[in-house]
Design a protein around this ligand. Structure first.
Ligand SMILES: *[C@@H]1O[C@H](CO)[C@@H](O)[C@H](O)[C@H]1NC(C)=O
Ligand SMILES: *[C@@H]1O[C@H](CO)[C@@H](O)[C@H](O)[C@H]1NC(C)=O
Ligand SMILES: *[C@@H]1O[C@H](CO)[C@@H](O)[C@H](O)[C@H]1NC(C)=O
Ligand SMILES: *[C@@H]1O[C@H](CO)[C@@H](O)[C@H](O)[C@H]1NC(C)=O
Ligand SMILES: *[C@@H]1O[C@H](CO)[C@@H](O)[C@H](O)[C@H]1NC(C)=O
Ligand SMILES: *[C@@H]1O[C@H](CO)[C@@H](O)[C@H](O)[C@H]1NC(C)=O
Ligand SMILES: *[C@@H]1O[C@H](CO)[C@@H](O)[C@H](O)[C@H]1NC(C)=O
Ligand SMILES: *[C@@H]1O[C@H](CO)[C@@H](O)[C@H](O)[C@H]1NC(C)=O
Length: 368
């Protein structure tokens, strides 16, 4: 009751100081055709500061750049860099969260970075932390290790970490090829109080058909206390031994540590659109009692929205942002009527690759 009252209050309240919209602001241009910058991620910090990060799949010694904007994403400058202490280990597939309580040895306000740390022999889900809002970084924890980067079923890497801070705990979700029963599955591990006490890996999505490859998990909290996890549910095309299709699926659960037993729903769009690959989910309080769940995929300009807490069909909403592999969609902290997109190159289309940010007017697009 209290929750839905708050949701009504939040959704009817258009902030007094709305932020400006713009499209395709360049965060970073590598200036070389050999770069493949993608996997852009952003983070709201207090004081209307926003961080951005990404990785370069073609860089031999990939480190993770952290850029900062203090004008809601309109302009950006380099702030920090996260580097592996292990020679030859490349940092890829970043994700950032802000921890607004003390955690481990960190005071309130630590920024955590999850990456896939890759070398010729292994893939590793690692956590780095910053106690100064993203300027300096230190390695804090290795959560999971797998075999070398290799997407063939039977190889044993780990991929694509996503962090969630909830109930005084840090959970990291990732794609996991280490289970001999599954070409790939989704797993998570959780720790409370410090970075040295990760629980064992728990399934989030593991399907009966060995060749199925659920991947690229992202999670958002909903106003009814549930959590949504979206993922690409890679399945072999009929009569093919190598060609996959990557439809977007999701699960809903009351605990973000308990998706395994929940059914997987296909994200069905009323226009007949078929969202494909590398989804990213967020939720905004704008858009009625339930707010709006927003999902981006890797292959489309539009996003897919749902105002019934994940029940029923989804609607397609055109955006002002371009397509990008694992394009991120977020809600600015200070304006729930806007969406922020961040993206780099499209899948397997390196040139040109830049990191671009767009602020779009969601309220206007919804006719509000
Ligand atoms: C926000 O700004 C205030 C005033 O400048 C400052 O005291 C505070 O430390 C800032 N908070 C963060 C998290 O940067
Ligand atoms: C990049 O990594 C390679 C192989 O690990 C190493 O030989 C080379 O010195 C590194 N280059 C730089 C600029 O660190
Ligand atoms: C931290 O953030 C969560 C979720 O936004 C919120 O519920 C909680 O009150 C915050 N805690 C503090 C100490 O600000
Ligand atoms: C990738 O993994 C498959 C399955 O284990 C293996 O057959 C193949 O040799 C690996 N590829 C490389 C380049 O190591
Ligand atoms: C797939 O293979 C089976 C058996 O060979 C065949 O009967 C069926 O028509 C094929 N389906 C398609 C879509 O090609
Ligand atoms: C795989 O997909 C590609 C591109 O759609 C197509 O050209 C190729 O024939 C397909 N191969 C198989 C074995 O289905
Ligand atoms: C809010 O979500 C509930 C649960 O799915 C649904 O029954 C209801 O119709 C939704 N309300 C609106 C205004 O869409
Ligand atoms: C932003 O760039 C993309 C191409 O990356 C393009 O499709 C889109 O129309 C641009 N948006 C605007 C508003 O110009």
């Amino acid at each position: 009751m209290l929750l839905s009252f708050l949701a009504v209050l939040a959704s009817s309240c258009v902030r007094a100081d709305p932020i400006d919209t713009f499209a395709n602001v360049t965060v970073y241009d590598p200036g070389t055709a050999s770069a493949d910058v993608n996997y852009a991620r952003t983070l709201n910090l207090p004081n209307n500061t926003v961080l951005a990060t990404w990785s370069d799949f073609n860089e031999a010694n990939a480190t993770i750049p952290i850029y900062r904007s203090t004008n809601n994403g309109f302009s950006w400058y380099p702030l920090g860099i996260a580097t592996s202490d292990d020679p030859g280990r490349r940092l890829l597939q970043p994700h950032l969260i802000y921890v607004n309580e003390t955690f481990g040895e960190y005071d309130t306000g630590a920024v955590l970075l999850a990456v896939n740390a890759v070398d010729s022999k292994s893939t590793n889900i690692e956590i780095y932390a910053s106690g100064d809002n993203g300027e300096s970084w230190a390695f804090v924890s290795r959560v999971a290790s797998g075999g070398p980067a290799n997407t063939t079923n039977g190889a044993t890497p780990v991929w694509e970490p996503f962090l969630l801070y909830h109930d005084h705990k840090v959970t990291v979700y990732y794609s996991d090829q280490r289970d001999a029963q599954h070409g790939q599955k989704l797993s998570h591990q959780t720790t409370q109080d410090d970075f040295d006490s990760w629980g064992s890996a728990i399934d989030d999505a593991a399907f009966q058909t060995y060749t199925d490859r659920p991947g690229m998990p992202t999670v958002a909290k909903l106003p009814n206390g549930q959590f949504i996890i979206t993922f690409e549910y890679a399945q072999l095309l009929k009569n093919s031994s190598s060609n996959y299709t990557y439809p977007v699926y999701y699960k809903l659960a009351t605990s973000p540590e308990n998706f395994a037993s929940e059914p997987a729903h296909k994200l069905v769009v009323d226009s007949g659109a078929k969202p494909n690959a590398g989804p990213y989910v967020t939720w905004t309080s704008y858009g009625g009692v339930n707010g709006t769940i927003v999902v981006s995929d890797s292959d489309s300009n539009p996003v897919y929205i749902n105002q019934a807490l994940g029940q029923g069909t989804w609607k397609e909403l055109k955006t002002t942002a371009g397509r990008a592999y694992s394009r991120e969609v977020q809600v600015p902290d200070n304006d729930n009527t806007k969406l922020r997109f961040a993206g780099g190159a499209e899948f397997e289309q390196e040139t040109p690759s830049q990191i671009l940010v767009t602020i779009m007017d969601l309220a206007k697009a919804l006719g509000g």
